[in-house]
Write a protein that binds this ligand. Structure first.
Ligand SMILES: NC(=O)c1ccc[n+]([C@@H]2O[C@H](COP(=O)([O-])OP(=O)(O)OC[C@H]3O[C@@H](n4cnc5c(N)ncnc54)[C@H](O)[C@@H]3O)[C@@H](O)[C@H]2O)c1
Length: 333
């Protein structure tokens, strides 16, 4: 298939680009490189994918790419995704996530491209009332970021009714790890995700890890999160693409590991892998952090035939360590 990966120069996108190229799909990446890296596309695709630097909100450009490259399906990773920033600067999130997606979907409708896989998030649920969280759980996002993801899911349903665009929204929980060779990985600035922060602390690039809250109702008092290997996420995208060939409608699936790990468990496991102590300090709870966020991925298992293959925390952290220790400063461009 000929796939346009919008935001394919980012962390998750580059891992999906690699899987698509390995599966002999033809890949074009559209990315404004606001948080992504040209080198990630080159490395992920081993030079096979075309990178076009531009914005998802540029409807004319997107329509031109869809037509000229004869694109069959779109994968939409592009977003601003810092929860804290989304509360300080909602305009950036409504514009970059929601408005840009309107333009992207209008371009698809105009060019007659009728398949899209969208990177949604666990943030659509808000405070969980039940764990593991099933897809039909109440959606009550507590951040502007989560609201924009939920708004796009609703938008996708509307574009299906009006224009026949079929979609699958994949609600990732915490993407983590890196592809085995360690040549692509997570490179965010600022970094807000626990595993890279722990590993950067081990490398001496950060002073210490802050453990936000140690009195949660969890076995060791620290927050529990669902870490899913980024290569497993990539597999789910290929499964979603396949399903879209035969399926109509707009659907959504959780993608999680099935197991949650606490902040202390992550820290202990990382210390074992890097074979040194990692500086950490206990800090206050952060407002809005639920105690436990764990997905039920039964629906994805049943309907996409997807099951995480790299579920062990040791494996996830070791694969992230291979990347961070080989490229402590991240990508060079
Ligand atoms: N990383 C996670 O744990 C996680 C969890 C849940 C959901 N998500 C979602 O998955 C997607 C990918 O996440 P990530 O961690 O790879 O993020 P990332 O920041 O590494 O990747 C996003 C990519 O999109 C590009 N981009 C942003 N806005 C754009 C625009 N308007 N036009 C063109 N390109 C644009 C960026 O340059 C970057 O390459 C995001 O939509 C994010 O919200 C991520």
């Amino acid at each position: 298939m000929r796939v346009l990966a919008v935001g394919g120069a980012g962390y998750v996108g580059s891992h999906v680009v690699r899987k698509l190229c390995d599966g002999h799909h033809h890949v074009v990446v559209l990315d404004n490189l606001s948080t992504g890296h040209a080198q990630a596309v080159r490395a992920a695709s081993r030079g096979a994918a075309e990178l076009i630097q531009g914005d998802a909100g540029d409807q004319t450009l997107v329509e031109d790419i869809l037509r000229s490259r004869k694109i069959d399906a779109v994968m939409h990773f592009a977003a601003a995704s810092l929860v804290g920033e989304s509360m300080q600067n909602p305009s950036k999130y409504w514009r970059n996530n929601v408005s840009c997606t309107v333009e992207l979907l209008d371009a698809m409708a105009r060019a007659g491209v009728d398949r899209i896989v969208f990177s949604s998030s666990a943030a659509v649920y808000g405070e969980p009332r039940q764990t593991p969280i099933p897809e039909d759980h109440l959606k009550s996002p507590t951040s502007t970021y989560g609201m924009t993801k939920l708004a796009i899911e609703h938008m996708l349903a509307g574009y299906h009714s009006a224009h026949g665009i079929k979609s699958i929204s994949l609600r990732y929980f915490n993407a983590a790890g890196a592809d085995a060779p360690g040549d692509i990985g997570e490179d965010h600035d600022p970094e807000t995700h626990l595993i890279p922060i722990v590993l950067k602390t081990a490398l001496g690039l950060r002073h210490r890890l802050s453990i936000f809250g140690t009195d949660y109702p969890t076995p060791d008092g620290t927050c529990v999160r669902d870490y899913v290997h980024v290569c497993d996420l990539a597999d789910a995208h290929l499964a979603a693409l396949e399903r879209l060939a035969g399926q109509d409608g707009a659907s959504a699936y959780n993608l999680g590991n099935g197991a949650g790990f606490s902040v202390r468990e992550v820290l202990r496991c990382a210390e074992k892998i890097v074979d040194r102590p990692i500086a950490a300090a206990e800090d206050q709870r952060r407002p809005g952090d639920p105690a436990v966020l764990v997905a039920s991925s039964k629906l994805a298992q049943r309907e996409l035939g997807w099951k995480p293959a790299q579920a062990s925390l040791e494996h996830i952290i070791a694969s992230a360590w291979a990347w961070h220790s080989a490229a402590p400063d991240g990508y060079s461009e």
